[in-house]
Design a protein around this ligand. Structure first.
Ligand code: ADP
Ligand code: RBF
Ligand code: MG
Length: 686
C-alpha cells in the first residue's frame, strides 16, 4: 500500500470522545477515540464553534488517513501532546457506517479510557485514501503501518514544530491569551480598537451589574436571591453610563433581577437613543439552590468541589442540589434568550446587563479553544463590559465572536487574574522584576470585591495572581495642589517680604521665543500654577514688556503642550500629544518641574511601548531616569529575554555613544547587581 505525506493547511479540531461501533479495535491494538459529530441543526442551536469546525473538516477534506497531533483537555495520562494516526470517512470495510466518522488513534499507551473527555487535534498531513479490505487481519496490518508512518512523519522538524501549538495545550489557555480578544482593558480605549460591525451581525455589549451589598458582604447571591447595588455599585454604573454615552444602542436591557435592573436603569438614563431599560427573560444569574444567601466563607468546601467538577468537564453538575443549576442548564437558557433579542436587532448595538456566571459561561462557551469548563477563569468585574458579535444569518448564523472581555471604566485600572497553586492567606503586592506587580490573595476574608466571585470558587489553597497591566492602566490625573488651584486668593494676599525678593505674583503677559516663533502666556497664571515659572517670572518681572524668554532646545508644539497643560490645570490629558511628541514633552516637563506632566508623558509613552522603540526610549530617558523609574523599568521589561535582538539593532549602536546609557542598560538587566555597584562606587542611587 502506498503512503505519501501530503501536507495540508493545519486544521484545529476539538470534540468529545464518544462510543464508536464497539468492534473491538482496542483489542486489535488500535483503539480509536471516535469524536462526536452532531446533526447540523443540533449544532447550530448550541452554536458551538467546535462542532462547526468538525463538520466543515469532514465536508471539505477528502476521506482517508491523516497525521495529526492530539491532546486530551482533561489531562488524562498527563498533560501531554501525542502523535496521532486518524481516519476520516466511511470505513468502507464495514457496511454499517451511515455517517462519516472522525477516529483518531493516539499513538500512546493510556492506562484508562477517556470517554466523554475532550480531544484536541491539529491535523497536518494526508497519508492515503481509505480502502475496502477483504479481511480484518489486512485492515489491522495496514493500520499498524499507518501508525508507524505517522509517528515517523511527525518527527520531521517541519511537522514536529506543530506539537508546540498553544491550541494543543488547553490546560494553560486563558481567555486573556486568545489572540484578537481584548481583555481586562479600559473601556474607551478598547472600544476604539474594535472592528466595524457587519450588517449581518448584532453587537452585544454584555455587562455585569455593579457591586451589591451581597458582593460586599461575601454572600452568595444567585438567580434566586436579590441584593441591591451599594454606593460603590451605583458609582460604577454611573461612571459606565458616562463612558457609554457616545455609543448608540438599539436596546438597553437587563435580566429580571434587581441588581441588573438597577444598573440598566442608570445606564439608560439621559440617553438620546433609548429612554427606558427593558427586562428580559432567562438571563438571571445561575441558581445556587440551597446555597442561595449563604456566606461564602461557610460553604467554601462545597463550592470548591463543584468548581473542581466543572473544571474537569462535569458541566451538568448542579450547584446547591436539585434546586440549583449547572453550567449546562445556564448556557442553554441564556443562548436561547439572547438569540431571540439579538436577531431582532440586526446591524445594531445592544446593551444588556447580566451577571457574573451568565457572562463568564457565554464567553467561555463560544470562544474556540476555551469551552464552557473554563468559565471559572474568565475575568468579570462588577460593571465590566464584554463585547460580542452575533451572526444573524448565513452558515454561521447563531454563532458569537468574542471581541473584548472585562472592560472597565477609566478610574478602575486594569488587572489580569490568574489562579495559581500554592498557599493562600492574605493580600500581598510584590513588585515583580520589570515593574509589574504580583498580587497574591492570601486571606480567607476575601475583601477585594473586584475579584468576587472568581476567588470564591478558587481553591482555598489557590494563589491568585493579579498582574497589573501598566500599558492598560488608567491615565494619571494631576495631583499637584498648585496645578489644581482654581481659587487664587492666596496668590493675591501679600506675602511676608523676605530676602529672596518681592512678594507679589507677577501679572501681565510673558512672551516666549521657541524655534523662532513667539508664544504668549499670562504671567499670573503660569506663576500661580508652576513653581518653576513663579521663580522665573518673579525675577524677570522688572524686565520691560518687550522682553522675550528664550526656550532653547525645544520645539514649538512641545512647549505649547507644556503651556496647555498648565492652562488646563492638567485636564488636557492625551490631547496634548496630538501635535507634540510625548518623549520631548517629557524632557520639558522635567526641566519645568511639572511632575504631573512627567507622569502623563510616562503613561503615554508606555501605551505605545514596543520592542522596537523600547531601546530608543530607554536611551532617551536614561539621563532623567530617577524621574521616570516606571518607564525605565517598562523599557527594560520589554527588552528582557530579547537581548540578542536589542544588541543587534541600529538603535543599540546609537546608544553605545553614551557610556552611561550602556552601563545603565546592562545594569538594569541585573537589578540586585546594579544596586550593589552603585553603593560600592558611592554614586547616587537616585
Ligand atoms: P469504540 O468502539 O467505543 O470507539 P475502541 O475499541 O475504538 O472503542 O476504543 C476507543 C476508546 O479507547 C477511546 O474512546 C478511549 O477512551 C480509549 N483509548 C485508550 N487508549 C487509546 C488510544 N491510544 N487512542 C485512542 N483511544 C484510546
Ligand atoms: N477503515 C477502512 O475501512 N479502511 C481503511 O483503510 C481504514 N484505515 C484506517 C486507518 C487508521 C490509522 C485508523 C485509525 C482507522 C482506519 N480505518 C479504516 C477505520 C477502522 O475501520 C475503524 O477505526 C474501526 O472499524 C473501528 O471503528
Ligand atoms: Mg473507536
Amino acid at each position: 500500500m502506498e503512503r505519501e505525506l501530503c501536507l495540508i493547511t493545519p486544521v484545529r479540531l476539538r470534540g468529545k470522545v464518544v462510543h464508536g461501533f464497539g468492534r473491538g479495535s482496542k483489542e486489535l491494538g488500535f483503539p480509536t477515540a471516535n469524536l462526536e459529530i452532531q446533526e447540523a441543526e443540533e449544532a447550530t442551536a448550541t452554536s458551538s464553534g467546535d462542532q462547526r469546525a468538525l463538520r466543515h473538516f469532514a465536508e471539505s477534506h477528502r476521506t482517508g488517513i491523516y497525521c495529526a497531533f492530539g491532546s486530551i483537555e482533561e489531562g488524562v495520562g498527563g498533560e501531554e501532546v501525542h502523535p496521532v494516526a486518524m481516519s476520516m470517512g466511511w470505513n468502507p470495510t464495514f457496511e454499517d457506517v451511515k455517517a462519516k466518522t472522525i477516529e483518531p488513534w493516539i499513538l500512546h499507551h493510556f492506562d484508562e479510557d477517556f470517554y466523554d473527555c475532550h480531544l484536541r487535534l491539529l491535523v497536518v498531513a494526508y497519508v492515503r485514501p481509505e480502502v475496502k479490505f477483504e479481511s480484518l487481519e489486512q485492515l489491522k496490518a495496514e493500520i499498524g503501518k499507518d501508525g508507524d508512518f505517522c509517528r515517523m512523519s511527525l518527527e520531521i522538524p517541519s511537522l514536529a514544530c506543530f506539537k508546540e501549538d498553544p491550541f494543543l495545550k488547553p490546560w494553560t489557555q486563558k481567555v486573556q491569551d486568545m489572540p484578537g480578544i481584548i481583555t481586562s482593558a479600559q473601556l474607551q480605549e478598547a472600544l476604539s480598537q474594535l472592528p466595524p460591525l457587519l450588517e449581518s451581525h448584532t453587537r452585544l455589549f454584555l455587562t455585569r451589574h455593579g457591586e451589591t451589598a451581597a458582593n460586599e458582604q461575601g454572600v452568595l447571591c444567585g438567580g434566586g436571591h436579590e441584593s441591591e447595588l451599594n454606593q460603590q455599585g451605583l458609582k460604577q454604573a454611573e461612571e459606565l453610563a458616562r463612558e457609554l454615552r457616545e455609543c448608540r444602542f438599539a436596546l438597553v436591557g437587563s435580566s429580571s433581577q434587581l441588581r441588573a435592573r438597577q444598573s440598566a436603569q442608570l445606564l439608560s438614563a439621559e440617553r438620546n437613543d433609548v429612554s427606558t431599560a427593558e427586562v428580559l427573560e432567562n438571563l438571571h444569574e445561575m441558581r445556587y439552590g440551597h446555597l442561595e444567601g449563604a456566606r461564602i466563607a461557610d460553604v467554601r468546601s462545597e463550592m470548591i468541589s463543584i468548581a473542581e467538577s466543572w473544571r474537569h468537564g462535569k458541566l451538568q453538575e448542579r450547584v446547591g442540589g436539585v434546586e440549583g443549576e449547572s453550567p449546562q442548564d445556564l448556557i442553554e437558557r441564556v443562548l436561547a434568550s439572547l438569540g431571540k433579542v439579538l436577531r431582532q436587532n440586526r446591524g445594531q448595538n445592544v446593551l444588556l446587563v447580566c451577571h457574573s456566571w451568565v457572562n463568564k459561561a457565554l464567553i467561555a462557551h463560544v470562544t474556540p479553544g476555551l469551552g464552557l469548563q473554563k468559565l471559572l477563569d474568565v475575568p468579570q468585574r462588577n460593571c465590566a463590559v464584554n463585547v460580542l458579535d452575533y451572526c444573524c444569518e448565513g452558515t454561521d448564523a447563531g454563532s458569537f465572536q468574542v471581541l473584548a472581555v472585562d472592560l472597565v471604566a477609566q478610574s478602575r485600572g486594569a488587572a489580569r487574574l490568574e489562579e495559581r497553586s500554592g498557599a493562600c492567606v492574605e493580600w500581598k503586592e510584590t513588585p515583580k522584576r520589570g515593574g509589574n506587580f504580583r498580587t497574591d490573595i492570601v486571606k480567607d476574608t476575601l475583601k477585594h470585591k473586584e475579584l468576587y466571585p472568581t476567588i470564591a470558587f478558587a481553591n482555598r489553597k489557590s494563589k491568585v495572581r493579579i498582574e497589573l497591566i501598566r500599558s492598560l492602566m488608567a491615565m494619571p490625573s494631576p495631583r499637584d495642589p498648585r496645578l489644581l488651584r482654581s481659587d487664587f486668593s492666596t496668590c493675591l494676599t501679600p506675602e511676608a517680604v523676605d530676602s529672596s525678593g518681592p512678594s507679589k505674583y507677577p501679572s501681565g503677559a510673558v512672551r516666549f521665543a521657541v524655534e523662532g516663533r513667539t508664544l504668549q502666556a499670562d504671567k499670573f497664571l503660569l506663576a500661580a500654577r508652576s513653581e518653576y515659572f513663579e521663580r522665573m517670572l518673579r525675577t524677570g518681572m522688572s524686565e520691560g514688556a518687550a522682553f522675550e524668554v528664550p526656550i532653547p532646545r525645544a520645539s514649538a508644539p512641545a512647549f505649547e503642550a507644556v503651556l496647555r497643560f498648565i492652562y488646563s490645570a492638567g485636564q488636557a490629558g492625551q490631547a496634548l500629544f496630538e501635535e507634540a511628541d510625548p518623549l520631548e514633552v517629557l524632557h520639558l516637563s522635567v526641566e519645568f518641574m511639572l511632575e504631573d506632566l512627567t507622569r502623563l508623558c510616562e503613561w503615554k509613552i508606555m501605551q505605545g511601548l514596543t520592542l522596537d522603540n523600547a531601546l530608543i526610549t530607554f536611551g532617551s530617558v536614561v539621563s532623567v531616569r530617577s524621574k521616570v523609574p516606571t518607564l525605565v523599568k517598562a523599557c527594560v521589561e520589554r527588552m528582557q529575554g530579547q537581548l540578542r535582538d536589542v544588541v543587534g539593532s541600529e538603535s543599540f549602536k546609537e546608544l553605545c555613544r553614551s557610556e552611561v546609557a550602556v552601563q545603565e542598560l546592562l545594569l538594569s538587566f541585573d537589578e540586585p547587581l546594579a544596586k550593589r555597584r552603585r553603593m560600592l562606587s558611592g554614586a547616587r542611587t537616585d
